[in-house]
Design a protein around this ligand. Structure first.
Ligand code: ADE
Length: 247
C-alpha cells in the first residue's frame, strides 16, 4: 500500500483509501493548496492500493469480456473482492463505488463522510464492475452527476476534496460560515472586488454603501433570485422547508 507521506498521522486520522488501477493519479490536485497543506500537516491521510496487485494469474488480469456480449470489458468480482477485503480489514468504512449509476453526491453525504473515520473508494475503469461484488460487499454507489467520466478517479478526487475542506483545522472559521450558507439551500449571491469600475461596469451601489443590513438583504434577494432562475428544484425544496418550519 502506498502512503503519501504526512506528519504523524494517528489511528484517528481521517483516511481516504483508494483502490485504483492508476495510483499515479493521486494525490494529484489534492497535493496542492488547502488539501495539500492539510495532508502535509497530517490532518488527513491518503493511501492508494493497486487493484492489479490482487490478480492471481501470471498476466495480472483484472477484467474480462461481459457475459451476454457487448462492448467493453468488465472488472472481475474475485479480483476486486480481494482488493476490498484488504482495504477494509482494519474496519475502515464506508466502502464506496464511484459510478454514474449511484446516489448523487450532495453536501449532506459529504458532511456525513467528513464526520466519520474516512472512506474506502473503489475507482472503476472499463465498462463497469461485476454486479455481484457490489452486492456481496454492500458497496455504497455514488455518482458525481449525470455525465460519464472515463473512470472513477476524478470523481474520487472531487469527493475527497469536498470532505477534506470540512475537516477541523483545514479552513478555520470560513468553512463553518460557508456551510451555513449552503444549509439555507440557496445558491450564493454574486461577489465583487476592486476595481469598483471595470470595463464600464460598476459594482452594485449597495455594496459600497457601508450599510450592513441593506447589504445583507441585497445578498439574500440575489441568492433567492439566482436560485429561482437557475435551480427551480432547489428553490422548491427551500420553499417547502420554510413552510414546514412555519408549522
Ligand atoms: N465514474 C464514471 N462516471 C462517473 C460519475 N459521473 N460519477 C462518479 N463516478 C463515475
Amino acid at each position: 500500500m502506498e502512503v503519501t507521506e504526512s506528519i504523524t498521522p494517528t489511528d484517528k486520522t481521517w483516511t481516504a483509501r483508494i483502490l485504483t488501477l492508476f495510483p499515479e493519479m493521486f494525490p494529484g490536485p489534492l497535493g496542492q493548496s488547502l488539501a495539500g497543506k492539510a495532508l502535509e500537516k497530517g490532518i488527513w491521510r491518503l493511501e492508494t492500493m493497486q487493484i492489479r496487485d490482487f490478480a492471481t494469474d501470471k498476466h495480472r488480469t483484472v477484467d474480462d469480456t461481459p457475459f451476454g456480449g457487448g462492448a467493453g470489458m468488465v472488472m472481475r468480482p474475485d479480483v476486486v473482492d480481494a482488493a476490498l477485503a484488504a482495504a477494509t480489514q482494519d474496519g475502515l468504512k464506508p466502502a464506496i463505488y464511484l459510478t454514474p449509476r449511484g446516489r448523487l453526491l450532495k453536501q449532506d453525504l459529504v458532511q456525513e463522510l467528513a464526520a466519520g473515520p474516512g472512506v474506502v473508494l473503489l475507482c472503476g475503469r472499463y465498462e463497469g464492475l461485476d454486479e455481484r461484488v457490489i452486492e456481496a460487499r454492500g458497496l455504497l454507489e455514488v455518482s458525481l452527476g449525470d455525465f460519464v467520466l472515463s473512470g472513477g478517479e476524478p470523481a474520487a478526487l472531487a469527493l475527497i476534496d469536498a470532505c477534506v475542506r470540512l475537516l477541523p483545522g483545514v479552513m478555520g472559521a470560513q468553512a463553518t460560515l460557508d456551510e451555513e450558507s449552503f444549509e439555507t439551500g440557496l445558491l450564493e449571491y454574486p461577489h465583487y472586488t476592486r476595481p469598483a469600475e471595470w470595463k464600464d461596469k460598476k459594482v452594485p451601489e449597495v455594496l459600497i454603501s457601508g450599510h450592513h443590513e441593506r447589504i445583507q438583504s441585497w445578498r439574500q434577494r440575489q441568492s433567492e433570485e439566482t436560485t429561482k432562475l437557475r435551480r427551480p428544484d432547489l428553490w422548491d425544496a427551500y420553499l417547502k422547508r420554510g413552510s414546514e418550519k412555519g408549522r
